[in-house]
Design a protein around this ligand. Sequence first.
Ligand code: AMP
Ligand code: MG
Length: 482
Amino acid sequence: MHIPFDNTYSRLPDRFYARLGPAAVAAPRLIRLNAALAGQLGIDPVELASPDGVAVLAGASVPAGADPMALAYAGHQFGNFVPRLGDGRAKLLGEVVGIDGMRRDIQLKGSGPTPFSRQGDGRAALGPVLREYLISEAMAALGVPSTRALAAVATGEPVWRETKLPGAILVRVAASHIRVGTFQYFAAREDTDGIRLLADYAIARHYPDAASAPNPYRAFLDAVIARQADLIAQWLLVGFVHGVMNTDNCSIAGETIDYGPCAFLDSYDPGAVFSSIDHQGRYAYANQPRAVLWNLARLAECLVPLLGEDDDSANAALGTFAPRFQTRYFGGLRQKIGLQTEREGDGSLTQDLLKLMATDNTDFTLTFRRLCDACDGRVGDAAVRVLFKDFAAYDAWASRWRERLAFEAEPAVAMRTVNPAVIPRNHLVEAAINAAVDRDDFQPFEDLLGAAGQPFRDDPATERYTLPPRDDQRVLQTFCGT
Ligand code: AMP
Ligand code: MG
């Protein structure tokens, strides 16, 4: 089995991780291989799908060049600081430089206990593995920065949660697994050398331009803040609720990472919370910018010893978040209603639509997608109109919108590239997981994965994936399942 590993994190000092060996797996079986992603990584998908390849993906055999390890990190979980979290159920195999020149981590999630497992078993159940596979791949197809799924493997071993469940491993690919919590791990130990080594490493790997800035650490902080601002704007624009955006789930590279109790909005509700453990709504849909800014403030605190003389540098950096986020978010909203240019009144036009959507509980994804067909007012308008309860209010908004659209060329074409038809809707994800877990039937998973992989396409064959749940299908709560 040849994987072109080129590891760099393992050259950092021993206190950054714990080395791991292989772990026997009862009966590994490949559920899904992402052949296209394997190709991008320079790995032969046929070899990966062979028994030798599956043993590697299951963590039972260590291929040449791999250096398996569990990474150390800390984190604030729902505001409470835990100085030692770390990879309790994940194993970094190593890094590969893909055919695009990008360096990426290959990590096994659910591959057994590590020195960071605490009370946990180090395992993952099949349901959460399929959920992460589906939603991370859907996010990537939507153009949202995300970790990717290279493979899902059934272990043939049971895991015990509330009940006995089939075990599985997700093979995850990420720009890196450095988190805000990784910095916090060293800060909690007052290990300034560790913070500096990590910052230098992250700069070299993710933000090389910062190295030549007057203050590289300030430039690094600014760059992380900008990427997170952009990321959260994109989440809101596709209706994504992460659900557990703790500092340990906040990637320094700016990717969406750790798909636990995440969900997409069905009807538009700024206060939407799905996660069963988010009692206060800390990570509610519209709270996400605030939550991430809070995480970034924790990163800034860790970097204070590196920032030098200027006391206020960290605060100045944090002050760049709001304008950056607002530019991306409001710019994105304008594009969602077909406005490429910016004119006075655009802000209230987008906000008034969202207000109507919230009042009438219209489906977030479907409303914007159907608006693509309603630009000229003759075709498609009725299909949007029926989504609202107050027709007159929609008509009044739509006439203002069309007056404004007169200044735009071909708005519908551009709108169809930013307003997806297909998202992995919660009820469909749940149905796909249930079929796999209860009946060993992976067809619904495969079908949904296929549809969500082409989110901007109108395809009669996948039309049922575009429709909101009926009231009795609506998923109101999601679970971590760890
Ligand atoms: P998460 O909520 O998935 O972001 O995980 C938070 C922390 O709990 C991380 O340190 C994980 O490694 C750890 N963890 C989650 N599930 C398990 C498990 N089944 N066994 C060991 N550690 C776990
Ligand atoms: Mg996590």
